[in-house]
Design a protein. Sequence first.
Length: 97
Amino acid sequence: MASLWPVADASTQVLMRAFYRIRQQHPGLSKLEALREAQLALLTGSMKETGPNPQRSQVVSGPEPEEAGRPRFQPDPNAPYAHPYYWAPFILIGNWR
């Protein structure tokens, strides 16, 4: 797995935990399908942070600058990592099965 640009630490941790948990729970799923499911979990907010001290990323409103006439992204408190900034930069390289 690789990233095409800089990523947020907290959301990357949540994504990777989801990816490996899905791979463990569904061994017949390909890596590509597991990544997709993990990304969907962040998008929908179904993957919650776990651990004794869960962290929130500093940039929960998204990295995009405000532009005239364009509404600013408003994060859903139930899906704080729904913005593509948090889940879209990841790709699989090599054997994706």
